[in-house]
Design a protein around this ligand. Structure first.
Ligand SMILES: N[C@@H](CCC[C@H](N)C(=O)O)C(=O)O
Length: 288
């Protein structure tokens, strides 16, 4: 199986070119590919499949590292767009990509940045995230107020003056299963400064803590503006993996940042359809 590795602010992906749309991508296959020790290692998989939707030639079939499907991936779609341009699969640097959340328009810049129109981010109910306390008795927890934000996929964005770098995100934060019946991505971010900057960490549904999350960054920016009494602006978000810019207008949101292709090669999967699969890198080349 041919693959390409890429990342957007260190949110990393295995891209699987599938121009014929023939690849049978099971959850076990995705888990094997994403495994950090036995596989190629990634936060998720992006199958590059032909689109059946008018307006886009290519469909981003995104899967989380645990094999689950998600509606949208903001960093993923930027890396996907970079790949389409570099592989010569599109003739322009401005085009739409089909996702499970609908069409997303991208602009691939020549300085390494990709911008995606993420669509409107819809603010929902207030709720709380529960994380293990790092101080206090073993087993104690801390509750963080947050707000639901739908960016095509579900988020709970918590603006907090606590030290976000000290939070224990090794386990999924507790959340209200009635508000988020399909699980949720949870962001913790510092209050916006006067120049609309913030620091953000995220625990992703289906992937654990990641170095960055594009949809989470948009959700965080919208929640940060709301907490500051605003609704629009350009927010600069520093994640552990790098810096992203989010534009928020009454009509839509945009996400801008680097999208990088790292390596390409071939991988073989051995084993049964059930786990464990073993991944063997057959051939590999770093990107020129
Ligand atoms: N890392 C992605 C989000 C991937 C999907 C998410 N884990 C979910 O299950 O909704 C991003 O950059 O947006």
């Amino acid at each position: 199986m041919e693959y390409v590795l890429g990342h957007g602010t260190e949110n990393d992906f295995v891209l699987l070119p599938d121009a014929e749309g023939r690849l049978d991508l099971t959850p076990a296959t995705v888990r094997a590919l994403c495994h950090r020790r036995r596989g190629l290692g990634a936060d998720g998989v992006l199958r590059v499949a032909p689109s059946e939707v008018p307006g886009a030639e290519w469909f981003m079939d995104y899967r989380n590292a645990d094999g689950s499907l998600a509606e949208m991936c903001g960093n993923g779609v930027r890396v996907f767009a970079r790949y389409l341009v570099e592989a010569g699969l599109v003739t322009s640097t401005e085009f739409a990509v089909a996702t499970r959340a609908g069409l997303r328009s991208v602009v691939v810049g020549d300085a390494g940045e990709v911008t995606v129109d993420m669509g409107p981010a819809v603010v929902g109910a207030e709720s709380t995230a529960i994380v293990p306390s790092t101080a206090g008795p073993v087993g104690s927890v801390t509750s963080f107020p947050g707000v639901a934000v739908d960016v095509g996929n579900p988020h709970l964005a918590c603006v907090t003056s606590a030290d976000v770098d000290a939070l224990d995100l090794t386990v999924a934060p507790g959340h209200d299963p009635e508000l988020f019946p399909h699980g949720v991505n949870v962001e913790f971010l510092t209050p916006l400064t006067d120049t609309l900057t913030t620091r953000l960490r995220v625990h992703e549904r289906g992937s654990g803590e990641t170095r960055s999350c594009g949809t989470g960054t948009v959700a965080g920016a919208v929640a940060g503006l709301r907490a500051a009494g605003g609704t629009t602006g350009t927010v600069t978000v520093t994640t552990p993996g790098g810096v992203l810019r989010v534009g928020v207008t009454p009509a839509t949101t945009t996400l801008t940042g680097p999208a990088v292709l790292i390596a390409r090669g071939e991988v073989e999967l051995a084993g049964s359809a059930d786990e464990p699969y073993a991944c063997t890198r057959v051939a590999e080349a770093a990107r020129a």
